[in-house]
Design a protein around this ligand. Structure first.
Ligand code: ADP
Ligand code: MN
Ligand code: MN
Ligand code: MN
Length: 339
């Protein structure tokens, strides 16, 4: 008896990594072992010494194939056991461990856009749909494009055991969002990568492609982001800690360090229009969807909770954004006696 394991990894494509996967047939009862691949075909090696190593780090029931089949998320290593340069998870492991005592949690809102051919789904051939206004959380064929795919993706994520907290239609036709979390930094990032893989894979069966392009349509259309919600145990108990985290993200060169790692094309999306703050001016505020960082209104009312970093692009690497936020905020909270 056998089962199928779909090994999934991030490739070396720059500036934005792509997902890759291939299938291994395993004997029932055996665990997915370390495996290898040809790094010269994934921008992870030159041709002459191209073997790269796939190290399984997390496994999920495979909702596409079903049965005992699994999805196996991997880190990429060199054959000498050092993490490959494209392995952004390795750096997060260290930082997450350093700050684990503060019990950081993340919820990431992944926006994305369906395309059919070269047009966003719902854009008529050679023309444009009616301006934004009715699409966000809309209902009806005149407002909504791609719902069967979205529903199937949601079902697949839940069947894989992913901690999806919700979905909604977004402000542009063909644009949608799902949220993963709240979870610790490694889990939220692992699960977001697997949810992205399931998005692309599910959309294949509907003849659609999904893109994380932060500005999928030129003109007066919202971009696509990955709002990143964050808290520590202390922030979930104290408003002082919430404010300190929001302040810390604005200090000591942090705004530029963060923004340059929040996904390629972030300046084109964070213009100051379309519910964004300008990329070169850090701000935070209660209920303020025009700020870099929003403190949700209930958080102010309850005087505890979390902050929302609205800057990350849809195409951000969740291993990178969670590493930067937990490092900046947890380090500052500790210094301030709010750990
Ligand atoms: P928005 O109003 O910005 O659209 P969403 O409901 O789409 O918000 O997403 C909010 C996200 O914040 C969810 O993923 C949720 O799980 C997450 N979240 C809620 N509480 C916390 C918390 N204490 N720490 C981190 N994330 C949280
Ligand atoms: Mn949202
Ligand atoms: Mn949204
Ligand atoms: Mn949001």
């Amino acid at each position: 008896m056998t089962y199928k394991a779909e090994y999934i990894w991030l490739d070396g494509t720059r500036p934005t990594a792509k997902l890759r996967s291939k299938t291994k047939i395993l004997a029932t009862g055996s665990e997915p072992p370390v495996w290898g691949f040809d790094g010269s075909s994934t921008n992870q090696a030159e041709g002459h010494a191209s073997d790269r190593v796939l190290q399984p780090v997390a496994s999920y029931p495979d909702p596409i194939r079903g049965g005992d089949d699994v999805l196996v998320l991997c880190e990429v290593f060199h054959t000498d056991n050092t993490p490959h340069e494209s392995n952004t998870r390795a750096a997060l492991r260290e930082v997450a461990e350093r700050h684990a005592a503060q019990e950081p949690l993340f919820g990431i809102e992944q926006e994305y856009t369906f395309f059919k051919g070269s047009r966003p789904l719902g854009f008529p051939d050679g023309g444009f749909p009616a301006p934004q206004g009715g699409y966000y959380c809309g209902v009806g064929t005149d407002e909504i494009s791609g719902r069967p795919t979205v529903e199937k993706h949601l079902e697949n994520c839940l069947a894989a055991g992913l901690a999806i907290s919700g979905i909604n239609a977004e402000v542009m036709p063909g644009q949608w969002e799902f949220q993963v979390g709240p979870l610790g930094p490694l889990d939220v990032a692992d699960q977001l990568w697997v949810a992205r893989w399931l998005l692309y894979r599910t959309a294949e069966d509907f003849g659609l492609s999904a893109t994380l392009d932060p500005k999928p349509a030129k003109g007066d259309w919202n971009g696509a982001g990955a709002h990143t919600n964050f808290s520590t145990r202390k922030m979930r108990e104290s408003y002082d800690a919430v404010i300190e985290a929001a302040e810390a993200l604005g200090r000591d060169g942090k705004p530029l360090e963060h923004i340059t790692n929040y996904g390629i094309g972030v300046e084109a999306r964070l213009t100051g229009a379309h519910e964004t703050a300008p990329w070169d001016k850090y701000s935070y505020g209660v209920s303020d969807r025009g700020a870099s960082v929003r403190i949700p209104w209930q958080v102010e009312v309850e005087q505890k909770g979390y902050i929302e970093d609205r800057r990350p692009n849809a195409n951000v690497d969740p291993y990178v954004v969670t590493r930067l936020i937990v490092d900046t905020c947890a380090t500052a909270l500790e210094k301030a006696g709010l750990a």
